[in-house]
Write a protein that binds this ligand. Structure first.
Ligand code: NAD
Length: 346
């Protein structure tokens, strides 16, 4: 299965490691370096099999190629997955991260990484003890810290652009926005939406977190299993991927989908299903690029805060262009976004 996956992949390189003490498979996938070194996070997760982990790493690194190209930064796409039997803590976690750092270092500048699901800024500090190309280390170690606030800012701009395309004005005053998942990104997004006058609905599987954020921003909490069927103007998935699928799309009662989650579409056909349902979809790899723009921009391209802010606002402009192309060419917004990115890949 691993052989078959690697043989049939259109990416450039796969590096495989196995950490015997923890039983962790490590996969670093370099999808494309056409536009520059491959950038992408390091994910730590339990998988059903090493092949499932490799497949995920491949898919995620392909998405990074598109994300970097759509954001128009000079990086390619890569991703690393640490397929752990259980999430390690303490000394064991540190040892695994150092071992992984050594593996990543064999790629030198070709693979430049940052945090992802289940890895943090503190983990980046450890990996950076072995690998020189690590973004989002703690600020007191000279890194750019948590990318979440910038991701949220980019999504906020993206929501305004998408609302503008549907309703003719970016004004969020009185618009009903459902934020699914109020973690690092969703909580900050909810704050900004409320400040802009939106009526914010919050759904999170962690009831205490939902209540805390709702109390702070003046939002209404809804049960997590009712998120899909709740009437709203904007559905902002900021928890997990795959929430847009053949089963959920017919139940959606929103005019547009615009949120931070990666891989929101369960399969390609879901873009068509949304299009046919008259729901405008903001392609995830375009709208959630704010974190990458901030961390890669600040640390590698030496952007100042103003440049970062301008580029975050630019996510709205990119989406507006994608919506125009989607309409004029009669294609889904996902396809229009892919075409934009692929054109930059030459
Ligand atoms: P997080 O782990 O901090 O927050 C996720 C939140 O979603 C948590 O509060 C969790 O309780 C909640 N949640 C989980 N399952 C849920 C469900 N079924 N229904 C409702 N709530 C649920 O993650 P984050 O960093 O805020 O990222 C959110 C999403 O955005 C993820 O898909 C992530 O991959 C994506 N993303 C994040 C960044 C970033 O900079 N952090 C960048 C790009 C993409």
């Amino acid at each position: 299965m691993l052989e078959e996956l690697i043989r049939s992949w259109d990416g450039e390189q796969v590096v495989v490691g196995f950490d015997a003490p923890t039983g962790t498979w490590m996969f670093v996938c370099i999808h494309s370096t056409k536009r520059g070194p491959a950038g992408g996070g390091t994910r730590m997760k339990m998988y059903a099999s090493p092949a499932a982990a490799l497949e995920d790493a491949m898919r995620l690194s392909e998405a990074m190629t598109l994300k970097m190209a759509a954001a128009d930064v000079s990086f390619g796409g890569g991703k690393a997955v640490l397929a752990v039997p259980s999430l390690p803590e303490g000394a064991e976690r540190r040892r695994l991260l150092l071992r992984y750092g050594e593996l990543a270092a064999t790629l030198g500048a070709t693979f430049q990484t940052g945090p992802d699901v289940n890895t943090t800024t503190a983990d980046m500090d450890v990996i950076a003890e072995r690998h020189s190309y690590v973004f989002c280390r703690s600020e007191d170690r000279g890194g750019s810290g948590d990318p979440g606030p910038s991701t949220a800012r980019g999504v906020f701009h993206g929501i305004r652009a998408t609302v503008s395309h549907v309703f003719g004005s970016p004004d969020l005053d009185g618009r009903v926005v459902l934020v699914q998942g109020v973690g690092d990104v969703g909580a900050r997004l909810a704050e900004q939406l409320a400040e802009a006058g939106a009526r914010v609905l919050i759904a999170d599987i962690d009831p205490q977190r939902a209540d805390a954020v709702a109390g702070r921003v003046g939002a209404e909490v809804i049960p997590p299993d009712e998120a899909i069927g709740t009437e709203c103007d904007v559905y902002a998935p900021c928890a997990l991927g795959g929430t847009l699928n053949a089963e959920t799309i017919p139940s959606l009662r929103c005019r547009l989908v615009a949120g931070s989650a990666n891989n929101q579409l369960a399969e390609r056909e879901d873009a068509v299903r949304l299009h046919e349902a008259g729901i405008l979809y903001a392609p995830d790899f375009v709208i959630n690029a704010g974190g990458v723009l901030y961390s890669w921009g600040t640390e590698s391209l030496h952007w100042d805060r103003e440049t970062v802010e301008t580029r975050l606002a630019g996510i709205g402009g990119t989406l507006a262009a994608i919506y125009r192309n989607s309409e004029s060419e009669g294609i889904t917004t996902e396809e229009a976004a892919e075409r934009l990115a692929l054109a930059r890949l030459g």
